[in-house]
Design a protein around this ligand. Structure first.
Ligand SMILES: C[S@@+](CC[C@H](N)C(=O)[O-])C[C@H]1O[C@@H](n2cnc3c(N)ncnc32)[C@H](O)[C@@H]1O
Length: 217
């Protein structure tokens, strides 16, 4: 039942709790890439282009893909954008990470970590951090946005997308965190664009943000 194109994503978001959501990813992992392409999911391609638009494509450039899943962003970075920088990927799910690890994409670090609060990585260490399809209930908490900014270098780029999730409290909390970082002038929004998440199965919109980190809190 989890694989039905129109229902799958909703099942994962509306699982009973975080453990069940992760178990659903265990089950989905092997079908994830095929389903994404069948659903017309183009966010990783789009974000790979934005990464090379905003940061130098150099061996010393560092990128962290948060909630990287099967490493789709890495695929488009290496294959389409010919990105030569260092890529670290982080996710809570071993099945998804295992498949990412098999893709021969020269990841520097593959990190298994469930993000709840602070992330055990050095502050100000990445030129670009991307997190796609993960600001959702039972996934990343809205406060993770602040933590991801802490890991981003000043002048570095944070790219993420959000969607209306049917959980009013989650959406309100995420809006609150986004307002806070903008009011504090911690970031400058370089681009904000609407994308249809899964064009071949439904027309749910998602908003993609490209932010530049201006200063620490
Ligand atoms: C919809 S998938 C997106 C994967 C990938 N970014 C993409 O766009 O194809 C969401 C991913 O977020 C991961 N995830 C969810 N909650 C997490 C958390 N709190 N910490 C780390 N990873 C999490 C899941 O394991 C899953 O691999």
């Amino acid at each position: 039942m989890y694989w039905s194109p129109s229902g799958l994503y909703e099942v994962i978001i509306h699982s009973k709790n975080e453990s069940v959501s992760q178990m659903n990813y265990d089950l989905w992992a092997k079908k994830y890439d095929g389903d994404c392409s069948a659903f017309g999911y183009v966010v990783p391609q789009e974000v790979a282009k934005l990464c090379t638009k905003y940061v130098k494509n150099a061996e010393t450039t560092t990128l962290l893909d948060v909630a990287a899943g099967t490493g789709e962003l890495g695929t488009y970075l290496r294959k389409n954008e010919k990105f030569i920088g260092e890529i670290d990927i982080l996710d809570a799910n071993m099945e998804m990470l295992y498949l990412a690890s098999k893709k021969n994409l020269r990841f520097r670090n593959i990190i298994r970590h469930w993000i709840k609060g602070e992330i055990p990585l050095p502050s100000n260490s990445y030129d670009v951090i991307a997190s796609l399809g993960a600001f959702l209930p039972l996934h990343l908490p809205p406060s993770a946005l602040q933590n991801l900014l802490t890991l981003t270098k000043i002048g570095g780029i944070l790219i993420f997308n959000t969607r209306k999730t049917l959980s009013a409290s989650y959406d309100e909390e995420l809006t609150k965190v986004m307002n806070e970082i903008q009011e504090n002038k911690r970031v400058e929004i370089l681009e904000k664009k609407e994308l249809i998440l899964l064009p071949k199965v439904n027309a749910k919109p998602s908003v993609l943000y490209v932010c530049k980190k201006i200063k620490e809190l």
